[in-house]
Design a protein around this ligand. Structure first.
Ligand code: THU
Length: 131
């Protein structure tokens, strides 16, 4: 699958977003090492802190079905800026895929390709930190 195809899946995943409070739909598409892709969207809650981001939705879907190794993630928001993963999502992703490639996408489909541990969360606290 090309980067552009993974980005298209993230953009489409926004259609399932439940975001009545922020009115900011986000979609994500997470590629596993075996080539399968799990999508996710943000799911908000009246108790705002109970909401979950698109990236973590995709990640927990994948892990709960037995996937543990990931290669790329595309995340698409609903603005003209690139959608940058929040800190909580970066931390959750670091646990399983420190070298993950993250495609941060504008709503028009433009994207930039970044490394999780190199660009988005350098010097992060991960499983190795507890050894
Ligand atoms: N959001 C995500 O789903 N992923 C991000 O990387 C940034 C923020 C969601 C959370 C909330 O539902 C909405 O976007 C506005 O913050």
């Amino acid at each position: 699958m090309t980067d552009a195809e993974l980005v298209a899946l993230a953009l489409a995943a926004r259609n399932h977003s439940y975001s009545p409070y922020s009115h900011f739909p986000v979609g994500a598409a997470l590629e596993c090492a075996d080539g399968t892709v799990y999508t996710g969207c943000n799911v908000e809650n009246a108790a705002y802190g109970s909401s979950i981001c698109a990236e973590r939705t995709a990640l927990v879907k994948a892990v709960s079905e037995g996937k543990r190794t990931f290669t790329r993630l595309a995340v698409a928001g609903s603005s003209d800026d690139y959608c940058w993963p929040c800190g909580a999502c970066r931390q959750m992703l670091l646990e399983f895929a420190p070298h993950l490639t993250v495609l941060c996408t504008r709503q028009n489909g433009d994207f930039v390709s970044l490394s999780l541990d190199g660009d988005l969360l350098p010097h992060g606290f991960g499983p190795h930190s507890l050894e």
